[in-house]
Design a protein around this ligand. Structure first.
Ligand code: NOJ
Length: 575
């Protein structure tokens, strides 16, 4: 089955076989599927709305799974859809074993899972173990119980400092800005203890030194495993255990990020946190079907990231070093080499990623000309906004590089359409707690969470049958709507379909990377199995190697040169 586009005849339809006919089908069913899977992140509130309330939901996802099948993904990861007051878009959970009514019901989830499995698509759900919502039954009990009680012990309550306990227990700052401690009023009406929240004050941190907390999360894991999920993406996986001395800590300049450079914060990367995942691994191994854990651990090196995927811990951890690497050949070479060596040393795949719901979309980020620390976001006044053409060209080229690497890869909904960051959202539409906690100083992450455009001519581009989408979509997305792109052979959507089909056909996820002699200056060049990959991160064209057939190119090729910001996949002519 050939899937490459005939470059001499760009009008020819791209021949992409249905999933069942592709090698992917076997691989998706194979053992250790997570080593090579392409996993598509769905941000439920922005994917597709079936109920007409302007917020995406589970039936909306189920109805569109056929389109993801066509795209050629192996699995989906659903950001949280559990019961939540939605103070942090579902990362503030009140009931870990139920579906929030805005997203549907448990029956809707079962239907989604059955449909996905019917298509050979695996399903990973998001688990948020570092903190609950302040509306969680346990936290409400803690508030009405006495200091020192068993109810308080499930969270991190401490007396304040200062003569009257009026100062927080230490100087820790919330990742979203402002202090990481909030003082409560005791049941008798007096000013009381303080509780820790690494994120918003509506997200109190659990105390993971307590057996009751551990047991509760084993129960939650089993609840979803019993329902048939294929795994979990684990939120803030590096943060569950805190240094029990609670020392003061001042992050370095990168403190806005979720990990930061340099020495770990006393609330991240504590050695004991790994025991939790060793325990969870045993829970997953009680089940058949190769269930997997993927850690969201923002740590400062790939060597540190590899600690999360030692043989008795998680299966995957996001390679955020790769995500944070600029579109620059030498830095990419280094991060690719370091990643392969660090993850190989523990027998794990690298899990590549360029975009998610927390970062500036890579069609914008890779061409920004100004500093933009992770988590800060960009607004209308950002001085270094790129031109969209350059951003899109780089995004296409960077994704083609990523998807040719051995290992697993995550793609974030909308990147297959080449969506850019919506930097120009009106202030009164913004919903990220970062925006509120920093009094508008940091824009936060709303710009990458805007609902998807499905149909160019429909209201809300076909996202919702009802009123306004929960965040407004920019008019410029009309030309990026999925239906327009489907019929354009050069569209980003068709490029993704081509890449995923070729990646499966050549089994690149389980291949090995070999650097080739053309790998110099701004050109990255390597082979993975029988595919030769050349990425040009520079400003000048580089020569296309002779005697190669072009399988895929992210930009139009003129003659025998690969233009700037372009990646090609080639195959050497036999003989
Ligand atoms: C990481 C999640 O990806 C992010 O969206 C969330 O705000 C924080 N963890 C807190 O749960």
């Amino acid at each position: 089955m050939t899937v490459h586009q005939d470059l001499r005849n760009p009008e020819a339809p791209i021949d992409v076989a249905p999933r069942a006919e592709r090698a992917t089908a076997d691989r998706a069913a194979a053992a250790e599927w997570w080593r090579s899977a392409v996993i598509y992140q769905i941000y439920p509130r922005s994917f597709s709305d079936s109920s007409g309330d302007g917020i995406g939901d589970l039936p909306g996802i189920t109805a569109r799974l056929g389109e993801l099948d066509q795209l050629g993904v192996d699995a989906i990861w659903l950001s949280p859809f559990m019961t939540s007051p939605q103070k942090d878009a579902g990362y503030d959970v009140t009931d870990y074993c139920d579906v929030d009514p805005i997203f549907g019901t448990l029956a809707d989830f079962d239907a989604l899972l059955a449909r996905a499995h019917g298509l050979g698509i695996r399903v990973i759900v998001d688990l948020v173990p570092n903190h609950s919502s302040d509306q969680h039954e346990w936290f409400q009990q803690a508030l009405t119980s006495a200091a020192g009680s068993a109810e308080r012990a499930r969270y991190i309550f401490r007396d304040g400092t200062g003569a009257q306990g009026e100062e927080p227990p230490n100087n820790w700052q919330s990742i979203f800005g402002g202090p990481a401690w909030t003082r409560i009023t005791e049941p008798d009406g007096t000013p009381g203890q303080w509780y820790l929240h690494l994120f918003d004050s509506s997200q109190p941190d659990f105390d993971w030194s307590k057996e009751e907390v551990k047991q509760e999360f084993r129960r939650i894991l089993r609840f979803w495993l019993d329902r048939g999920v294929d795994g979990f993406r684990v939120d803030v996986a590096h943060g569950l255990v805190k240094d029990q001395d609670f020392p003061d800590y001042t992050p370095d300049a990168d403190g806005a990020s979720m990990g930061g450079e340099g020495a770990p914060a006393p609330y991240f990367e504590q050695t004991e946190v790994h025991e939790i995942y060793r325990d969870w691994r045993l829970v997953l191994e009680e089940y058949t079907g190769d269930r997997a854990l993927c850690g969201e651990a923002w740590v400062s090196s790939v060597e540190k990231a590899a600690l999360w995927v030692r043989p008795d811990e998680m299966h995957q951890t996001f390679n955020f070093q790769y995500l944070e690497t600029p579109w620059e050949a030498e830095q990419l070479r280094v991060v690719i080499d370091d990643s392969l060596s660090a993850f190989n040393s523990v027998g794990a795949p690298s899990t590549w990623v360029l975009s998610n719901h927390d970062v500036v979309r890579h069609a914008t980020r890779l061409a920004l000309t100004g500093e933009n620390p992770q988590g800060t976001g960009i607004g209308p006044d950002f001085p270094g906004l790129p031109d969209r053409q350059t951003g899109l060209a780089r995004a296409r080229a960077a994704t083609a590089l990523m998807l040719a690497l051995p290992g697993s890869a995550y793609i974030y909904q909308g990147e297959e359409l080449g969506l850019d960051e919506v930097h120009d959202l009106p202030d009164d539409a913004r919903q990220d707690p970062t925006w509120f906690r920093t009094a508008g100083e940091r824009y936060g992450r709303d710009g990458c969470r805007v609902p998807l455009p499905w149909a160019a001519e429909a209201e809300s581009f076909g996202f919702t049958s009802g009123g306004a989408p929960w965040l407004p979509q920019p008019d410029r997305w009309k030309s990026l709507a999925r239906d327009v792109q489907l019929s354009d052979p050069d569209s980003t959507l068709n490029l993704y379909r081509q890449m995923l089909a070729l990646r499966a056909e050549h089994d690149l996820g389980l291949g090995e990377l070999r650097w080739l002699p053309g790998n110099q200056d701004a050109a990255l060049m390597f082979a993975n199995r029988d595919v030769v990959v050349l990425a040009n991160t520079g400003t000048q064209p580089v020569p296309l190697p002779a005697q190669h057939e072009v399988l895929l190119s992210t930009a139009e090729l003129h003659g025998v040169e690969v233009p700037a910001d372009c990646t090609v996949w080639l195959r050497r002519h036999a003989g």
